[in-house]
Design a protein around this ligand. Structure first.
Ligand code: 5GP
Length: 139
């Protein structure tokens, strides 16, 4: 399998590449939500965040941190929304882990990640306790 993002790394599909090192790669999104919208990916193909080996996850986050700074500076942004659509249910369309860095501006009216959900989940204390215990057990 060769994802569309692997084809970008290989130069088969053109892209505005902004960063590359041994294990990670970054380029401008073809459909930017804001000027400077950048995608950061591991060079190796992993579909979802939980598939990443620890060393690759570490490298990826280091590049995300570095590029968040670089992108914000480049477009003079006031902040950035940084995140992954992880899995089809979350809106992931390309099956190659990628982190979106979307520059944000004080007056852009984009809202926070919370606005994607509309409302808070209605959960009792017992349900929250059970969820916390399950997550802890699986971590
Ligand atoms: P997802 O919905 O999977 O989190 O986001 C995939 C992102 O990849 C989208 O924002 C889309 O615009 C971007 N994208 C898809 N194909 C290409 C491409 O060929 N080149 C570039 N630069 N971005 C792409």
């Amino acid at each position: 399998m060769s994802t569309i993002f692997s084809k970008i790394i290989d130069g088969e599909i053109p892209a505005r590449v902004v960063y590359e090192d041994e294990t990670t790669f970054a380029f401008l999104d073809a459909n930017p939500l804001a000027p400077g919208h950048t995608l950061v990916i591991p060079k190796a193909e992993y579909e979802r965040i939980e598939d990443l080996p620890e060393d690759v996850a570490r490298d990826l986050f280091a590049t995300v941190s570095r590029l968040t700074d670089a992108v914000q500076t480049a477009v003079d942004a006031d902040g950035a929304t940084v995140g992954f659509n992880n899995g089809e249910a979350a809106g992931q369309e390309v099956d190659h882990v990628h982190c979106h860095i979307v520059p944000r501006f004080a007056d852009d009216d984009g809202g926070s990640l919370h606005t994607a959900f509309g409302d808070f989940a209605d959960l009792s204390d017992d349900e929250l306790d059970e969820i916390a215990a399950d997550v802890e057990r699986n971590a």
